[in-house]
Design a protein around this ligand. Sequence first.
Ligand SMILES: Nc1ncnc2c1ncn2[C@@H]1O[C@H](COP(=O)(O)OP(=O)(O)OP(=O)(O)O)[C@@H](O)[C@H]1O
Length: 248
Amino acid sequence: MIKDKAIIEVDRLNKSFGQNHVLRDFSLQLSEGENLVILGKSGSGKSVLIKCIIRLIEPDSGTISILDQDISLLDQDEMDLLRADVGFLFQSNALYDSMTIRQNLEFPLRRHWTKEERELKAESAVKEALEDVGLLHTIDMMPAELSGGMRKRIALARTIILKPKVILYDEPTTGLDPITGREISELMNRIQEKYNTASIIISHDMNCIRMTANRIIMLIEGRNYAEGTFENLIKNQDPKVGDFFEGL
Ligand SMILES: Nc1ncnc2c1ncn2[C@@H]1O[C@H](COP(=O)(O)OP(=O)(O)OP(=O)(O)O)[C@@H](O)[C@H]1O
């Protein structure tokens, strides 16, 4: 059988904080163009996993490969280069309040594009990313003038401006009303379709998960406890899995 091309491969990751063994031989594989949801209770280690992937935390053992590169072997410059391919959507959006929307979107270009590239392409890149999220008309506005849902869209536009191959979503719909949450989930799917980006999505929002997940991994007791589609897992008889789908 030919395996799908892996964008991220996490192999037998372990991470403890003192006696607290958070990740226990945790493995996952993210394929090209796939939306993968990590579902786990509060404190189960989802953020620790994402922090290991972006190398904010060093695991105790195990390997993480992104685009076929073992990240533990990369130096700072190589890691910076790789970061252009790995977009991150923060739960807080992390927009700069004192900058216009245009300046917010130009920000990642400063780090990853030369001055010449910026002069040539920044304007069209900013406009394309804003069009992708349906907010071109906000280009000269300030973040404070926008609603929570619009700020989330702008943060997503800033994430996709470098055309990353993978996006890590940290609770993308938390704090939004259900209708706005649904719009963000639809947008995530449109981005996936247009750019064939792979995504790891951390979420508790069952509507978002149902709409976006091609596959779900249940992170329970530090392990990849169960995995499958939403439709598979909702029928799973294991009580630890069933807990998550209660009432649906
Ligand atoms: N830097 C750290 N030092 C010590 N313990 C930590 C550290 N970071 C995380 N932990 C512990 O690791 C465990 C997993 O935390 P993590 O933040 O990954 O959970 P989570 O699944 O993301 O939870 P939530 O859904 O509430 O965001 C928790 O017990 C937490 O206290």
